[in-house]
Structure formats: C-alpha cells, structure tokens
Design a protein around this ligand. Sequence first.
Ligand code: SAH
Length: 381
Amino acid sequence: MLPIWGSEFALGRAAILAESLVVCPLSAFPQGNKVSSHRSCSDYDIMTKEVMKSVDKKKNSYRKKEDSSKRPHKGPVTHNKKRKEPPGNKQEKSSEPVWSKSKKKRMRGLKAKQAKQEASASSPSESLPKADHKDSTAEPKKQDQTMSTLQKSFQDRLSGSRFRVLNEELYTQPSWETFQKFQANPELFDQYHAGYRKQTEQWPTNPVHVILQKIQNYSSQSKSKTPLVIADLGCGDADIAQRLREDTNFRVHSFDLVAKSELVTACDMSKIPLESQTVDLAVFCLSLMGTNLADFVREAFRVLKPTGQLFVAEVRSRFESKESKDDLLEHFLQVMEKLGFTCRKTDRKNKMFFLMEFEKNGNRPDPKLEYTAKACIYKRR
Ligand code: SAH
C-alpha cells in the first residue's frame, strides 16, 4: 500500500540521514567555540530524539490516514458517538431505517449479546458488531508491527553508529578525558557495550574466553597455596571475575571506566587503585585503547609482583599493515621492552586477534616514553 511504502521510504531516508550525519564533516557539530575533531555523543542524543520524534509523527499521521480511509467502507459506525459523520454520507445514515421491524429487533438482540460478551472479556465498553470490532483493532495492530520492525532496524542502525563513534573516541583520546566523560554519562558505557557485544557475538572466538582458559591452566600448574591475584584491566562485563568468583584459587580485581556491578571498580587504568607489587597476573583484553597506552603498561608494571605475568589480547589489525604483517607488532614489542616487559609467547592462531604473554624483564619502565597504537575501527555491518 502506498502509505506504508511512503512512510517506509521516509523512515529509510531518516535512517540514511542519521547515518550520513554520523559520517558528515565533524565541524558540523560545533562545541562552544571549539570545533571538535570528534563527534560528540550529546549530538547523537539530540539527533536520536529528533529522528525518533519524526518517526512517531509519521506513525501518527499514517494511523490517521488509515482510519479516515477505512471507515466509510465499513458500514454503520455506531461505537464512537463523538465521531462526526461526514456531511452528505447519507447512504450510511439511511441504511438502518430500511430494516424491517423484526430485523431491527434481531439486530438489537445481537448487539446486546455482543456487548455482554465484550464486557465479560473486559474489553472497552463498545457495542460493536464483532466484524467491525475485529477490523478496527486488527489494522492498527498490523501497523504497529510494521512500524516497530522499521523502528527496530532504525534503532539498530543508530546504536551501531553510536558504538562506532564511542569506540573511535576511546581509541583517539587520552584516557583521563574518556574517564571523565563516561563518569559523567554512565549510559555511554551501556551504549558502548551493547555494540561491543554485538561485535563479539559474530567472532568465532572471544579472546576473553581464551584468556580464561589460560588462567585456569596457569593456576593448575602453580604450586602456590595462596589465591592467584588477577587484575582485569578494562574488564567490560567482568567475564573473568564472574567465572572465577566461586573459585577460591583466584582473587580477581576488575577495573573499568564505569562500575556496572559490584565486581567492578571504576577507574582510569592509567591510575589503578591497587598497592604496588600485589598482583600475580594482569590482563589487558582488547582494552589498550587510549592514546596514552604507555601509562597503562607502566601501571600494570607497578602493580605486578616481580614474578608477575601480563596477558595482552589485541585485534590483529592494530599491529598489521598492508605493507608488512610484522613491522607494527615488532615496534609494539620493542615499546613493551622499554616499558619493562619481555614477550615470551605470541599466539597467532586466531584470525582476529593476537594473544601475547609478557613477563617483567628486570628493567624499570621508561617514565617518559609515549606510545599510541593504531586504532581499531569497526566497520559498519
Ligand atoms: N576486556 C573485556 C572488555 C573489552 S572492551 C572483554 O574482553 O570482554 C574494552 C574495555 O576497556 C571497555 O569496557 C572500556 O571501557 C575499557 N577501557 C578502555 N580504556 C579504559 C581505561 N582508561 N580505564 C579503564 N577501562 C578502560
């Protein structure tokens, strides 16, 4: 039907408009006197509200159109006393008086019966013939389904865009800025993780599960009688702590920008709230994100015991370039050497990510070294 296609088209346009706003020149979103080099999430809030308003507007106008186009074909409409009959709609008005007396009586009986049934089914107090009642409710229901499918796909696109913007910000800003922003707007964390979960669902293997397996192997080989102390740095949903919470062989500290559960402590991991040399195993699972990556590694060095281990999982594309498969990874490993860690194992089995195991090399980390790895930009799906 034309109206459906019409509104679908308009919604499609709105979605495309929203998408194009996402990729439009960043100067289109001025922030005070500054022209930000990154898209602001509050712009997205405004944009979402505006577009959702337009979706609702479309929905209402579509309903109104549908109501007015359908009613004249439905025969007498007796349920809505307030409704104004269109002038000159004499056919409708005159249809009842032409019934014979006995037919009128039968119809009255039927209507009364119908009303009784409806009242007992706690439906609105309307005395409609069944067919009319059914028709008048069935259509909006169908519309709602159509619209909610459209709205859902539209919302999916917006939430995908939102995730990509936040992801880019996390990779391209210093961590203290993102920490402040996430602390002030904790809902950004949920938005980020809704998108992140969608991404990981499509991966054949989630690196955090591989790390969990390694931790369990590592502990079974350890002769220590005290629990293995783990620091999960940039823990997200705190999968490691969740899985090991009942196991007395482990004590897991989980950190992230926002604490969404009692297992997590909110912090910027360039300042980890733990005593020096108290951790056996530190984990960065896809979390080396800010531009001040060297600060995170120095902090991991500080909290790790002299015999401590560091596990790092990172997306391959961050350490691979078109020209060379290894140069960027080599560079990263050299940086890690200067920050006090030697890589003793690089697991390249997985197509999506590297898993690297480090140990302290006996040198103090260079306090001045700065390093930013290539950002991991997720593609639109
Ligand atoms: N390690 C988890 C989550 C990975 S997503 C997993 O594998 O499932 C990356 C996480 O790192 C995000 O939750 C993000 O908020 C967190 N993160 C990024 N920079 C951070 C910082 N400076 N301090 C604390 N957490 C950070």
